[in-house]
Design a protein around this ligand. Structure first.
Ligand code: ADP
Length: 548
C-alpha cells in the first residue's frame, strides 16, 4: 500500500519563493571596498528575476555551469539563487586555488561564464585564456580600484541587469535530483574532485540548519557567515537563512579580525560561523566589543581546540558550537549541541563535550569501521576507526566519476578519511585524518588530539603536529608551535605541560618553533606544507616511546 501524500519535488525554487513571499522586508548587508550596502530580500529577489533573464541572454545552456569567483556578498547570493532556479548549476570557484587548479576545475566543470568581483579580477584574468569553455566574464563592480580589461568577453553585471526584463511567474525545476550547485574539494592529494549537490540535497540540508538541536536558524536571527560562499556553500548558511527568514550580514573582502568583530557588534549578529583560525585571530579583540547579541558561534572545518571554546565562553559567555563535515557531506554531518545527559557533568567535562565533533544530524547515518578488517566498531568511545557516512546530502560519486573510486564502499557509503571514536550517546570524537595519523611502533598517535593539548598552553598561539620519520619507531610526532606575541616558551616547558595530559609515548620527540602554521586555501592548518618543510627532519636523541 502506498502513502497518499503529495510527491512534491524538493527544489531551491521553493526556497526562493518562500523568501520572496514571506521575508521581503528582511535585509542583507554587504561590506564592500566602497562601504556597506543594505538591500532587502524583496529587492534581491527582483534582481534574481532579472539575473535569470541575463543568464538566458548570455546563452547559458539549460544545465550550463555558472562559475562564481566572489566574496561573501549579496550579489553572490543572487547568483546562488538565479543559477539553480533556472536549472543551471552554480559552480563556486575557490578564489584561493593555485592557478593550475583553478584552470583545471573550471575546465573540468565546463563553466560557460564566470561572475567575478572586481576586486578579484587580478586573480582570475591572467588565466582566462586557458578557460576552454568560458565565453563570458561578468564583472561585479565592488568599488575596488582595479582596472577592468577592454575585451569583448567582459560584461558589466549592473549593465546586464539593468537591460534585462525580470522573469515573471514561478521558477520551476521538475526533478529534485537535478544538479543545483557544485564545489570542488581542495584536493590535498591529486586533482580536486567535483562534488555535485542536487536540489533535493540542498533543500534537505537547509532544513537541517533550522533544527533546534543544531544551528537552529530562526526568523529572528541575524546571521554572518564568515566561512566563504565558495567553500561548501558557506556550510549551507545562505540557503538556510533564506528558508528561515533570518537577516544576513556578509563580510565581503575584508576578513581582518577587526573588520569582522566590528560587523558582529554593529549589526547585533546572533549567529556566525567560521573555521577555528578565524576565531583565534579575533580572540584578542573580544574585550573591546559588545557581542552580547551573539548566541551561536558555529565552528568547524578542523578540530575546535577546547581552550579556544573555553576562552570565548569566559570572555563573552558563548562557547563554540562545533560541527564536523566535508565538502562531500554538504557539509554538516555532526553537530556538538549540549544534550540533557551533559547536565550532570562538571563544567570542565562539558567543555570536553564541546570539543567533540558531536552527534549525527538528523537524516545522516554514520558508522565507524576498522580500516584493516572492515569490521564495524562498537560505540564505546574507546574503539576507533574510519568514519563512513550515508544520507540524502552525502555524495555518492564525484563529477564525471573521477577521482573517487576508493572513497565509496561497495554498499554505497562515503569513506570520509577521518578517524574517530563514538560514545554510547552517539557523540563522535575525531582523533585524526587517516593521512595525518602518526604511526609510532605500530600504534597510532592522534595528531589532532596532541595539538589541541598543546594549544591549551596559555602562551601558545597555534600548534600543529606532524609525523617525522624515525629509525626505530618508523614515525614520531614533531610539534610545530607558534608562541603568542611577546611571550617566551621553551620546548621543555611544552613537554612538561603535556606530561600529565597525554600518554608518555605520545609526547613529541621534538618541538620546532615557527612564525605561523601554514594554512590551506580555506584557512585550515596545512600539514602537507609542514611535512614538505620538515621532510628531511631527523629526531635527535632518545624517543619518549623508548621508555613507554
Ligand atoms: P579538504 O578535505 O580539502 O580539507 P573539506 O573542507 O571538505 O576539504 O574538509 C573536510 C575535512 O575537514 C574533514 O574530512 C575533516 O578532516 C576536517 N574537519 C572538518 N570539520 C572538522 C571538525 N569539526 N573537527 C575536526 N576536523 C574537521
Amino acid at each position: 500500500m502506498l502513502g497518499l501524500m503529495q510527491d512534491r519535488s524538493l527544489t531551491l525554487p521553493h526556497v526562493f519563493h518562500r523568501a520572496e513571499q514571506l521575508f521581503g522586508h528582511k535585509t542583507v548587508v554587504t561590506a564592500a571596498p566602497s562601504g556597506e550596502t543594505a538591500t532587502t530580500i524583496a529587492e534581491l529577489c527582483g534582481r534574481v528575476r532579472r539575473l535569470a533573464t541575463v543568464l538566458d541572454d548570455l546563452g547559458i545552456t539549460a544545465d550550463g555551469r555558472v562559475g562564481t569567483f566572489c566574496w561573501n556578498t549579496a550579489r553572490h547570493l543572487e547568483l546562488y539563487l538565479a543559477a539553480p532556479c533556472t536549472g543551471r548549476v552554480l559552480h563556486t570557484l575557490n578564489i584561493r586555488l593555485f592557478p593550475d587548479q583553478l584552470v583545471y576545475v573550471a575546465n573540468h566543470a565546463e563553466d560557460e561564464v564566470v561572475f567575478v568581483d572586481r576586486s578579484l579580477l587580478p586573480l582570475l584574468w591572467p588565466h582566462v585564456d586557458k578557460l576552454e569553455t568560458v565565453r563570458t566574464v561578468v564583472v561585479i563592480d565592488d568599488g575596488a580600484d582595479v582596472p577592468v580589461p577592454d575585451d569583448p568577453r567582459v560584461r558589466d553585471y549592473e549593465e546586464l541587469l539593468a537591460a534585462a526584463r525580470p522573469r515573471t511567474g514561478p521558477f520551476e525545476v521538475e526533478d529534485e535530483n537535478t544538479a543545483a550547485a557544485m564545489c570542488y574539494t581542495s584536493g590535498t592529494t591529486g586533482n580536486p574532485k567535483g562534488v555535485v549537490y542536487s536540489h533535493r540535497s540542498a533543500v534537505l540540508h537547509s532544513l537541517a540548519t533550522l533544527f533546534a538541536d543544531g544551528i537552529a536558524l530562526t526568523e529572528r536571527d541575524v546571521v554572518l557567515p564568515i566561512v566563504p560562499m565558495f567553500h561548501a556553500n558557506a556550510w549551507g548558511l545562505p540557503y538556510g537563512v533564506l528558508m528561515a527568514g533570518s537577516s544576513l550580514v556578509l563580510p565581503g573582502p575584508n576578513m581582518a579580525p577587526e573588520a569582522i568583530v566590528s560587523m558582529l557588534e554593529r549589526h547585533e549578529v546572533t549567529v556566525t560561523g567560521g573555521v577555528p583560525t578565524i576565531w583565534m585571530g579575533i580572540q584578542p579583540l573580544l574585550g573591546e566589543h559588545d557581542l552580547s547579541h551573539l548566541r551561536t558561534i558555529l565552528c568547524g572545518g578542523s578540530a575546535v581546540p577546547k581552550a579556544l571554546s573555553k576562552a570565548y565562553k569566559e570572555a563573552i559567555g558563548v562557547p563554540m558550537l562545533q560541527a564536523w563535515g566535508m565538502t562531500e557531506t554538504s557539509p554538516i554531518a555532526t553537530i556538538a549541541t549540549m544534550h540533557s545527559h551533559h547536565d550532570e557533568l562538571t563544567e570542565d567535562e562539558r567543555d570536553d563535550a564541546r570539543a567533540r565533533q558531536g552527534f549525527p544530524a538528523p537524516l545522516v547515518d554514520l558508522r565507524i569501521v576498522d580500516p584493516g578488517t572492515g569490521e564495524l566498531q562498537p560505540w564505546d568511545d574507546v574503539a576507533t576507526g574510519e568514519v563512513q557516512a550515508a544520507g540524502p546530502w552525502i555524495a555518492r560519486d564525484y563529477h564525471r566519476g573521477e577521482g573517487g573510486g576508493a572513497q565509496f564502499t561497495e554498499d554505497g557509503w562515503l569513506r570520509t578519511g577521518d578517524v574517530a571514536s563514538v560514545d554510547r550517546y552517539g557523540s563522535f570524537r575525531l582523533v585524526d585524518r587517516t593521512k595525518d595519523l602518526i604511526k609510532s611502533g605500530g600504534e597510532w598517535i592522534g595528531s589532532v588530539e596532541l595539538e589541541n593539548e598543546i594549544m591549551a598552553h596559555p602562551k601558545v598561539a597555534e600548534a600543529a603536529v606532524i609525523a617525522v620519520p624515525h629509525e626505530r619507531w618508523v614515525e614520531r610526532p614533531l610539534a610545530c608551535v607558534v608562541v603568542k606575541e611577546g611571550e617566551d616558551l621553551t620546548a621543555e616547558e611544552i613537554i612538561e605541560f603535556l606530561t600529565p595530559r597525554v600518554a608518555k609515548w605520545w609526547l613529541p620527540d621534538a618541538v620546532e618553533f615557527i612564525d605561523e602554521v601554514p594554512k590551506t586555501s580555506v584557512g585550515k592548518f596545512s600539514k602537507k606544507t609542514l611535512r614538505e618543510k620538515f621532510g628531511g627532519y631527523r629526531v635527535a636523541g632518545p624517543s619518549t616511546h623508548d621508555g613507554g
